[in-house]
Design a protein around this ligand. Sequence first.
Ligand code: NZQ
Ligand code: ZN
Length: 389
Amino acid sequence: MQKFTAYIPTKLHFGHHAAQDLGDHAAEIGDHALLVYGCGSAFRNGSYADTVERLQRCEVKVTEYGGIKPNPCVDDVDKAARLGREQGVDMIVAVGGGSVLDSAKVMAICIADGCDPWEVMVRNHLPQGAVPILAVLTLAATGTEMNPAAVIQNPRTKQKLGFRHELMYPAHSYLDPSYTLSVPRNYTAYGVVDLVCHCLEAWFGAGEATLSDRFTTAIIQEAIAYGPALMADMTNFDLRSKIMWAATNALNNMTIYGRSSPDWGVHILAHTLSVLYDTAHGATLSIIYPAWLKVMRDRARDRIVELGEALFQTADVDTTIRCLEDFFAQLGGPIRCQDVGIDLPCKQDILDLMNKNQAQGFNYTLSTAEREAILDQTFAEKRSLVAPV
Ligand code: NZQ
Ligand code: ZN
């Protein structure tokens, strides 16, 4: 095991009406909030109205910035942060999924430091401060509610980058599963895929940490046990709760303590599809993770065997890869580029950008030939599902 410092300062409130004290928490912090949200779902699922009512009841002034899109764009972060600075806000209240929360995390630094958001993402600006963030999560997937990471796209540089900093932990996160009852089928499936892939990125990371391994496989088992059940019963509060908590734990550090680093290679490769085709994050992962495993079957053999033994009671590498691919497909995740309308003529553009950005993991570096082999797998003909889990 490597040495580590365990630190998760976020106060996380979970369950029905979890955000009822949001106004009081905000009033303890300041008196003017920048309220940030996405493209309309918060109006429909009640989270926007509840949040505004709670802030107003506690006499917290609200300035709004709506319209953060999935695969969030750095320009929105910049505009919202400028607005927040002009208006003199002293906190951000973010209502939405990972795209809204991630945007809010970078805004929080830009409001405090008066800096350019892309300079933060490319590590040219070292954060000095951040206004506190209160996060009302409406989609179970990314784990951003209890971690210090943000992932933002820049259409000009054709990059989607992740950045982590201690100052970006939300002060409070509110996880009321009832807000997630309205998440549509596709994004519900992508959320389960995403949480499983966060576990896999930790699993294939560098170093050994047996307790983290056990947490990791327990979280994947939770997803296997309840993900398909949720897809069959989308308004089941209990199933939404289980998946929401699993997603938080898949990326709140508990799966990586003791390791030197997660791999992140599949995420980094997958971001290429989001940048080029605006493909949803979870969809990029259900396409690329099985492909990565097929190409890494010899290099990562021991870890794939251990994973198969823990999850699928098999020591056979190919069976394990098939079980994971089938699990993603049964949830409704795409498993080939063609499933999301990306056809073979796009292959060279994708490969060029992957190579330009040197897309690879921290543990498993990739050669140009391996990147191409992975991409070939994402366009390969599909077989029928043979190993239901
Ligand atoms: O924009 P609105 O109208 O709000 O609609 C959103 C969006 O269309 C909708 N939605 C959210 N809550 C809903 C809902 N629809 C109905 N009912 C609800 N309750 O869902 C769509 C997707 O939202 P988004 O926030 O983009 O999804 P997600 O939470 O999956 O976030 C994805 C982003 O997070 C990044 C991804 O790269 C991607 O940009 N990630 C962040 C990480 C982190 N900070 O730790 C790690 C992840 O690996 C990931 O990279
Ligand atoms: Zn992810």
